[in-house]
Design a protein around this ligand. Structure first.
Ligand code: MN
Length: 339
């Protein structure tokens, strides 16, 4: 396997590798609403550590989308569901807690108090810009296209990738880079992907498992939401609204909004898109994307969220119309004064 260069965050690397080498019994957490990078990084890291003789568990916040179960099923370690009655600081059986693909309290919120109480044994491996959790070692490389790409570098330090690790990690790498077309795609990303393919991962099978499993309900929801999309700020911002009624009438699940936000970016004049999905409690889950120039992580941060410059998210507790208005104002400022 070629040596994969670091693209940032180097100073915490030796501490991270030392801590992982010393670990014996490990619990691996990731963010709520897990995506292929979250689950792929968990399973990939579990495979690397298991091969090095360590034991542990992968912890999930329910519900895990059905289309990601095939990645979890490859986990060499048991998968546990986090519950509010989790024993917290009384997790002495684990000497090491690893958080992958997030360093945000909000994204870990059901478990944040528990994780914070164990911060002296917490390691974090992430590629997002915003970080507000505390731990023994917080390794972040915001230039990495996915967390899985970082896990491939870790595998290198542990003697290479197994077949199991490679499949899970390629899922994370491809999904988080939009199959290699997002800005974060670097030579290092492609080398990490090549290492996975070299170890037996199959891009064709992954495409089928990740990209060709939609339900009819999802496509009914997609048609409805695209039909009602609004184009504001001289057509530069696409706004999409999804109500609880849309979910009820199409039968689509909340996680089936995944990917919908990218469609308007195919329009030449659209520079950014926002998708607001109403949750059962009325809270609006907001996804933001941009093609270039506009830093949507900054806009998300204005509303208490975070993410990457081209893909970010937040939660807004406002009526739908008001939330759309506030977001439009936030975007207008950036269109007027682009960074
Ligand atoms: Mn990720």
């Amino acid at each position: 396997m070629p040596t994969l260069p670091h693209t940032g965050g180097e100073n915490q690397w030796p501490a991270l590798i030392d801590a992982l080498q010393a670990a014996q019994h490990v619990a691996i957490f990731t963010h709520q609403r897990p995506d292929p990078d979250a689950v792929g990084s968990q399973v990939g890291l579990a495979a690397v550590l298991s091969q090095a003789g360590k034991s542990g568990v992968a912890v999930e916040f329910p519900p895990v989308p059905e289309n990601l179960m095939f990645i979890l099923e490859a986990s060499p370690w048991p998968v546990m569901e986090f519950t509010p009655t989790w024993p917290g600081e009384s997790m002495p059986e684990f000497d090491t807690i690893v958080v992958v693909d997030t360093s945000s309290r909000e994204q870990l919120s059901p478990a944040y108090e528990v994780l914070n109480s164990m911060s002296q044994k917490l390691l974090c491996i992430d590629h997002h810009l915003a970080a507000d959790i505390q731990g023994r070692c917080i390794y972040r490389d915001s230039h990495a296209g996915s967390c899985a790409e970082i896990i491939v570098r870790i595998a290198n330090e542990f003697g290479g990738l197994s077949f199991k690790a490679a499949g899970a990690l390629l899922a994370g790498i491809t999904a988080d880079t939009g199959w290699f077309h997002f800005e974060g795609t670097s030579a290092s990303t492609l080398q990490a992907a090549a290492a996975c393919v070299d170890a037996g991962a199959r891009p064709d099978q992954l495409w089928h498992r990740l990209m060709q499993q939609d339900s009819v309900a999802k496509w009914r929801l997609t048609g409805r939401v695209l039909q009602s999309a609004e184009y504001v700020l001289s057509g530069r911002l696409a706004l999409m609204r999804i109500s609880q009624q849309d979910f009820a009438q199409t039968g689509a699940k909340s996680w089936e909004t995944e990917g919908l936000i990218n469609f308007p970016l195919s329009i030449a004049d659209v520079a950014a898109s926002a998708c607001l999905a109403e949750q059962p409690d009325g809270l609006l889950r907001v996804s933001l994307r941009s093609k270039h120039t506009i830093n949507v992580a900054e806009i998300a941060a204005e509303f208490g969220g975070g993410g990457h410059a081209r893909a970010a998210g937040c939660r807004i507790r406002l009526p739908m119309d008001q939330a759309c208005k506030s977001l439009t104002i936030a975007f207008e400022k950036r269109f007027t004064n682009p960074q």
